[in-house]
Write a protein that binds this ligand. Structure first.
Ligand code: SAH
Length: 391
């Protein structure tokens, strides 16, 4: 295996679990093909094995700190540990994120498991593309799945010299729509036409936490997608209105109400821009409003606009809530950190001339962990807040 020698100053970080080696950290490197494995050294000390790409500022992504062979057994061992540990703490669910890239020590790879037998993977890097066969074979050995489907459409693939979009059945046959169970609720997941891998598994815990605030309430779920929060709310609420710009997502939300036995006539399903809907709706129309928008900033350049957009929707929602109403507000923009998001919420309260009290807050669930050695993996913010008048 070809070798890379690092500067002394980064040795400690790499040893302690930092997964990225930037070009500036490299002292010397042998001639390595993009996407190939390489071994990492600092002087004579072996630091581990990673995969290389000259086209990326992140020259190497680390796979192991041990002197192991990267073969099918390596992936069987890695994935089996992740399966055991994640299933141990996620009861009443048959779907979860098995691999969350860098944070789960397999950089560049996402693996979502649906109903324990339909697997969707995202390949972000050339290194993982070259290891894909081994990974798929390991997943087949562990899960004996009906399908492994690859689906990815993100800009980083182009930097890695991969086609921007990939969609392909890698094993078994194509199942376009599958049904999953999450905390006892059923969801129909459209893997092919849905967003990302089909379902936002990262809000599983947060969806459960809103139920107690929804009893006999009129609930508005903004950016509802296929009605994740809506279905939970509908189990106890007077009515739930789901709003999303995607007509397909709203149709899927109505289907999810049906398969859970809820009368769709009692509830609202609206395909509309949330920014417009919040402006037009009546004051006091809803007792509880949920805001779970998509990421508003893909990079640092968009941060200012993202903050503005968050303040707009949170201020509007707060203006329209009655006193003592509940605002559930989330952000999945990794460039907006926890402190910034709290400032956004506080500014929104000022704009709406009210006070906000935090009833609950949360971050990512354990199948989307962030590794303390890799803070870039931290992205989800979630708050349940109560609107108080200024006293
Ligand atoms: N809360 C959802 C996930 C939301 S993902 C769940 O629990 O599953 C973000 C959603 O926002 C997507 O469905 C996307 O279609 C929708 N969206 C993006 N921009 C929008 C806009 N301006 N108005 C309404 N919906 C929008």
């Amino acid at each position: 295996m070809k070798k890379i020698y690092l500067k002394k100053s980064v040795e400690k970080n790499i040893k302690s679990g930092q997964p990225w080696i930037f070009s500036g950290a490299i002292l010397s490197e042998e001639d390595i093909e993009n996407g190939d494995l390489c071994s990492i050294f600092c002087d004579k000390n072996f630091l581990g094995i990673g995969y290389y790409n000259k086209n990326s500022d992140i020259r190497v992504r680390m796979l192991s700190r041990l002197d192991v062979k990267i073969d099918i057994n390596f992936f069987i061992n890695r994935l089996t540990v992740l399966k055991t540990e994640k299933e141990r703490y996620i009861p009443n669910c048959n779907s979860y994120r098995l691999v969350y890239g860098e944070s789960d020590n397999i950089p560049g790879l996402i693996v979502d498991i649906y109903n324990l037998k339909y697997i969707v993977i995202q390949v972000h890097t050339l290194g993982i593309e070259k290891l894909k066969k081994l990974i798929v074979n390991a997943l087949v050995m562990i899960y004996n799945p009906e399908m492994i489907y690859e689906k990815c459409d993100i800009a980083i693939r182009e930097k890695e010299n991969l086609p921007k979009e990939s969609r392909e059945v890698l094993y078994g046959k194509l199942y376009k729509e599958v049904e999953i169970i999450e905390n006892g609720y059923k969801f129909s997941v459209n893997i092919v036409e849905g967003q990302k891998t089909g379902f936002f598994l990262d809000q599983r815990v947060n969806r459960n936490s809103i139920v107690k605030y929804c009893e006999d309430k009129t609930v508005l779920n903004c950016f509802s997608y296929t009605g994740g929060f809506s279905v939970y709310a509908a189990s106890v609420a007077k009515s739930v209105t789901s709003v999303d710009i995607s007509k397909k997502a709203i149709e899927n939300a109505a289907l999810n109400f049906k398969i859970n036995g809820f009368d769709t006539k009692k509830h609202g399903f609206i395909a509309k821009d949330v920014f417009d809907y919040l402006k037009e709706m009546q004051h006091g129309q809803f007792d509880l409003i949920i805001l779970d928008p998509p990421s508003f900033a893909k990079n640092q350049k968009h941060l200012k606009n993202a903050i503005k957009a968050y303040i707009t929707i949170n201020s509007k929602a707060l203006e329209k809530l009655p006193d003592y109403g509940i605002l559930v507000s989330s952000s999945c923009t990794s460039h907006v950190d926890q402190t910034t998001f709290i400032k956004i919420l506080n500014q929104s309260a000022v704009n709406a001339a009210c006070q906000l009290k935090v009833l609950e807050s949360n971050e990512q669930p354990l199948d989307h962990p962030y590794n303390l050695a890799f803070p870039e993996g931290r992205y989800l913010k979630f708050f349940i807040l109560q609107k108080y008048p200024i006293l």
